[in-house]
Write a protein that binds this ligand. Structure first.
Ligand SMILES: Cc1cc2nc3c(=O)[nH]c(=O)nc-3n(C[C@H](O)[C@H](O)[C@H](O)COP(=O)(O)OP(=O)(O)OC[C@H]3O[C@@H](n4cnc5c(N)ncnc54)[C@H](O)[C@@H]3O)c2cc1C
Length: 446
């Protein structure tokens, strides 16, 4: 006798979770509020609607982490990938998708499953009984958001992301930057050197402010900006309020001594903070921004020490409902306080169509295995799926947790390979080879 699995939200994640669980033989009820209740971004009543761009990004499974995630999902009979492949549009090395036929095909494929029922209507509570996956996405309905907050505490569910850019540590010039916490604060040596500092002289600061003011910015979508802002002003807005505002805010130079040139007093300092336990990623403190991506790379590479920076992700501010997953979810993606409930997709603090669908795939398999009485270990750490789920459920800094794309900075290093830019191609190939072998092993064990 199997028990039903209820999945709330028929987006990228919920559709994939439903497909996976149904294929494992579990009866599934998929709850979707559209078209009855709408969001500001969705246009149709289809499942798995792509709300903005039509790109699944790079399809290179040897040199790109998102391409590797494509590969892993294809190997796991992923519905989202198979329909994306079927409705692929020419786009060079990227996987672009013909969005309407794509979401219509996902809807039709799910409707055709004999053990899956679609129940149209809004779910507004976290049920106490039964097996549930909540994959309600960045635009989770207000009533459900309130119910989640009641369970988790108001400070553990955010309604906006305010993402500062994240830089690969290996691409920072440490002949210019140095490690030091302001006023050397901290009990331990690690705490006293918790920040990475990039100094600016007056000319560099003035040029940086000019570039910020001139940069192309993105606008909020209609209906997106309600309730926006407190405490997360974009840096360009701070610069618009006065040329000195940043120097008295996130770029203040006080309490820091340039370790390379102690006699030089910096006019401003950009600080970066460790973003993961591995120490491979650093975020630029207080640098959330609405600048367009192209402009961001140009402007941030004006910062001394970051001239050759590679970005694991660029900054942004969006309407985005997401959990503080590192504190709330276990590695099975279950709510620690209510283990009959899993979360999946963007609401867990991953970012992007592919990452959301991937977390749906994993949650669907984990939930179905549990219902069938054959619990599964979560995805292996060295796979793209595993690196991502490990990051959101524990590897990320909980205090500063913001949504994350899959990227090689989340991967454990492979021993014996050259660091830096020169070794990058071999390193990425080693990551993807290792991931593919581990992923196949995980699938074969089911
Ligand atoms: C405006 C906007 C633009 C974006 N642009 C991009 C982009 O260009 N590229 C990219 O990779 N990512 C983009 N994202 C981020 C994200 O990858 C997508 O939103 C993605 O669709 C997330 O997948 P998901 O399954 O987690 O959520 P969704 O695809 O949004 O699916 C969630 C589903 O849950 C339903 N739902 C919500 N609340 C309830 C409820 N209480 N009861 C029942 N059903 C409910 C919703 O109607 C929806 O169908 C964007 C996000 C937003 C908000």
């Amino acid at each position: 006798m199997t028990q039903e699995l209820h999945i709330v939200g028929g987006g990228l994640a919920g559709s994939e979770a439903a497909w996976q669980a149904a294929h494992m033989g579990v009866d599934v009820v998929l709850h979707e509020m559209r078209p009855e209740v709408e969001t500001f971004a969705h246009r149709t009543g289809n499942l798995a609607e792509m709300v903005c761009s039509n790109s699944f990004r790079s399809d290179d499974d040897e040199q790109n982490a998102v391409g590797l995630l494509h590969w892993e999902m294809r190997a796991a009979n992923g519905l989202i990938m198979s329909m994306a492949d079927k409705h692929r549009l020419p786009a060079g090395g990227a996987l672009a998708v013909d969005r309407d036929p794509f979401s219509e095909s996902v809807t039709a494929a799910l409707r055709a499953l004999p053990n899956l029922r679609i129940d149209y209507g809004e779910v507004t509570e976290l049920p106490r009984d039964g097996h549930w996956i909540f994959a309600t996405g960045p635009l989770t309905s207000a009533a459900l958001g309130a119910a989640i907050q009641q369970e988790t505490g108001a400070d553990r569910l955010a309604f906006f992301d305010a993402i500062a850019p994240i830089v690969y540590a290996e691409s920072i010039d440490m002949d210019v930057a140095w490690m030091q916490s302001r006023y050397d604060k901290g009990e331990t040596e690690a705490e006293r050197k918790a920040y990475l500092n990039c100094p600016m002289d007056r000319n560099q600061y003035e040029a940086f402010i000019d570039a910020l003011l001139a940069a192309d910015k993105t606008e909020f979508h209609d209906g997106e900006s309600a309730g926006y802002f407190d405490g997360c002003l974009p840096i360009e807005v701070m610069a618009e309020r006065g040329r000195e505002t940043l120097r008295f805010g996130p770029m203040k130079p006080v309490g820091l001594t340039n370790a390379h040139r102690p006699e030089d007093k910096p006019y401003a300092v950009v600080q970066l903070r460790r973003d993961n336990a591995l120490g491979t990623l650093f975020n630029i403190v207080g640098f959330q921004t609405k600048m367009k991506y192209g402009a961001q790379s140009d402007v941030f590479r004006m910062i001394p020490g970051l001239e050759n920076a590679s970005f694991a992700r660029l900054g942004g501010i969006h309407r985005n409902t997401f959990l503080n997953s590192p504190t709330l979810l276990d590695d099975q993606m279950r709510l620690k306080s209510r283990p009959n409930i899993r979360f999946a997709g963007q609401v867990t603090g991953v970012e992007g169509y592919v990452e959301s669908a991937a977390m749906g795939l994993l949650a669907g398999r984990l939930a179905a295995a549990e219902i069938l009485g054959k619990p599964l270990a979560t995805a292996p750490l060295n796979t793209a799926m595993g690196a991502l789920v490990h990051h959101i459920t524990g590897g990320a800094e909980a205090k500063t947790f913001q949504p994350m794309n899959v990227n090689f900075g989340l991967f454990q290093p492979v021993d014996g390979l050259k660091g830096g830019r020169r070794g990058r191609k071999d390193r990425y190939k080693a990551y993807t080879d290792r991931a593919k072998a581990d992923w196949q092993g995980w699938l074969a064990g089911q």
